[in-house]
Design a protein around this ligand. Sequence first.
Ligand SMILES: *[C@@H]1O[C@H](CO)[C@@H](O)[C@H](O)[C@H]1NC(C)=O
Ligand SMILES: *[C@@H]1O[C@H](CO)[C@@H](O)[C@H](O)[C@H]1NC(C)=O
Length: 211
Amino acid sequence: MRFSIATAAVLLSGLTSVFAETFTVAVGKDGSLLYEPPSVTAKAGDVIQFQFMSKNHTITQSTFDKPCEAKADGVNSGFQFIPTETTVFPQWSITITNDTAPLWFYCAQGPHCQRGMVFAINPSAEKTFEKFKETALASPAPAAGGAAPAGGAPASSSAAAPGAEGTPAANAAGTAANSEGGAPVDSGAMSKAAAAWPVLLGSVIMGALVL
Ligand SMILES: *[C@@H]1O[C@H](CO)[C@@H](O)[C@H](O)[C@H]1NC(C)=O
Ligand SMILES: *[C@@H]1O[C@H](CO)[C@@H](O)[C@H](O)[C@H]1NC(C)=O
């Protein structure tokens, strides 16, 4: 008996899901204005899981050319406020559906994007993370006088936010077209109880200024 192409395809797709990976990205670890790591290379089926660890950040989809502006139909975690005593951090995830299209993200809080708080999935040889970050650093500061009590308003309104800002519980899953190819990414549900981090880490971020 010979393997047909169809059989091989079924086997391959099975293997793909077996080997799907989850990447964990820390958001604002130790009070920083950073995603760590700042960029990942992922394949279709992989999950990028963001853990919000301090302050009041977002992970908001943008485009390569306008790093600090929300993409019209992009995905958005909404603002996640983390009190200083937090030890179990809210999570929000994205499942990759098309790994040939780069995806670009930033924090929509005040001037965080202009300070370099940006993130990329599958940057390419021409569209590199470094160029994306350079464009972010050179972007105009967000207009003052918005809803934010301190530090200015977010650069763009989060029209695509799946849940209420600052509410870690139960953001509905959503889909969004990506910037280059129109293929969707699925944004996952926020789960506050998903990972228990050491109490030690909680005490390290105590005293970090909350924006
Ligand atoms: C988080 O930041 C947003 C935007 O600046 C603000 O509207 C919201 O009130 C903040 N949340 C908390 C709990 O401070
Ligand atoms: C995936 O993205 C690439 C690059 O943007 C695009 O050319 C291709 O059509 C997309 N594939 C699917 C299945 O949407």
